[in-house]
Ligand binder design. Structure first.
Ligand code: ADP
Ligand code: MN
Ligand code: MN
Ligand code: MN
Length: 339
């Protein structure tokens, strides 16, 4: 007997990487081998020396094929077995290991938009739906579009054992969100990439495309973000550490370093309107959805908990955003002796 392993990897498409996958049939009980692919077709090699290596790093049951079949998330390596330049996971694991003692947790809110026939699902041909207001967490066929896909996606993520923690309809028709976490930086990111793959894959079966475009409709419509919630052990135990983390994110060149790695097209989304802070002006505040970083109200009441970095775009690479936050905040917490 055999089983199917779907090898999934992140390609080298600029400015935003895409997911790729292909299937390997393996004998029952076989270990998941290292595999290869044509890097010249994914912007990861030139045609003269095109081989790149797929190294399995995270495996879960394949909820689409069922049975003994599996999904296999991979890192991309060069043929000398060193990380390929597009391999942001390898950079993250290094930083995550360095600060492992601080026990970082992340919860990422992935917003996305369904498209069908070239327009957001629920948008009428050649025009616009009623303005924003009723769609967020809405109910009813006049306000909610694509729920059958969203429900199916949630079930698939749960069957795969991913740490998905919720879903909601967003402020624009056809726009939705799912949350992954809380989990450590590498785990939340691996689960997020597989959850994204499952989203695209299940939407296929409905003839619908899902996109992480951060500004899928021009005009008076919210963009799509990936709010990134973060805590360390010290932040979960006390408020001083919460403030240290908020201040660290605002120090010197940090705001710009973060924002320019938070997803292509971020200036178009972080305008200072539509529940965003301007991309070039860092701020933090309690309950403030117009700030770069929000301290949830109950965190201020309880004087412990987590913070929400509201800046990342929907198209952010979770390996990059978690690495930058760990690097910036954990270094500052260590320096302040708050570990
Ligand atoms: P919002 O109110 O901004 O819409 P959500 O409920 O969509 O927030 O998402 C909050 C996310 O924060 C969830 O993924 C949740 O698991 C995560 N979270 C909760 N507690 C923590 C924590 N201590 N550290 C990191 N993330 C957390
Ligand atoms: Mn949310
Ligand atoms: Mn949201
Ligand atoms: Mn949020």
């Amino acid at each position: 007997m055999t089983f199917k392993a779907e090898y999934i990897w992140i390609d080298g498409t600029e400015p935003t990487a895409k997911l790729r996958s292909k299937t390997r049939v393996l004998a029952d009980g076989a270990e998941l081998p290292i595999w290869g692919f044509d890097g010249s077709s994914t912007n990861q090699a030139d045609g003269h020396s095109s081989d790149r290596v797929l190294k399995p790093v995270f495996t879960c049951p394949d909820p689409i094929r069922g049975g003994a079949n599996v999904l296999v998330l991979c890192e991309v390596l060069d043929i000398d077995m060193t990380p390929h330049s597009s391999n942001t996971r390898a950079l993250l694991t290094e930083v995550a290991d360095r600060y492992a003692d601080q026990d970082s947790w992340f919860g990422i809110e992935q917003e996305y938009t369904f498209f069908k026939e070239g327009r957001p699902l629920g948008f009428p041909i050649g025009g616009f739906p009623a303005p924003q207001g009723g769609y967020y967490c809405g109910v009813g066929a006049d306000e909610v579009f694509g729920r059958e896909v969203v429900e199916k996606h949630l079930d698939l993520c749960l069957e795969a054992g991913l740490k998905i923690s919720g879903i909601n309809a967003e402020v624009m028709p056809g726009q939705w969100e799912f949350q992954v976490g809380p989990a450590g930086p590498v785990e939340v990111s691996d689960h997020m990439w597989v959850a994204r793959w499952l989203l695209y894959r299940v939407a296929e079966d409905f003839g619908i495309a899902a996109t992480l475009d951060p500004k899928p409709a021009k005009g008076d419509w919210n963009g799509a973000g990936a709010h990134t919630n973060f805590s360390t052990k010290a932040m979960r135990e006390g408020y001083d550490a919460i403030i240290t983390a908020c201040e660290a994110l605002g120090e010197g060149d940090k705001p710009l370093e973060h924002v320019k790695n938070y997803g292509h097209g971020i200036e178009d989304r972080l305008t200072g309107h539509h529940e965003t802070a301007p991309w070039n002006k860092y701020s933090y505040g309690v309950s403030d959805r117009g700030a770069s970083v929000r301290i949830p109200w109950q965190v201020e009441v309880e004087k412990k908990g987590y913070i929400e970095d509201r800046r990342p775009n929907a198209n952010v690479d979770p390996y990059v955003v978690t690495r930058l936050i760990v690097d910036t905040c954990c270094a500052a917490l260590e320096k302040a002796g708050q570990v």
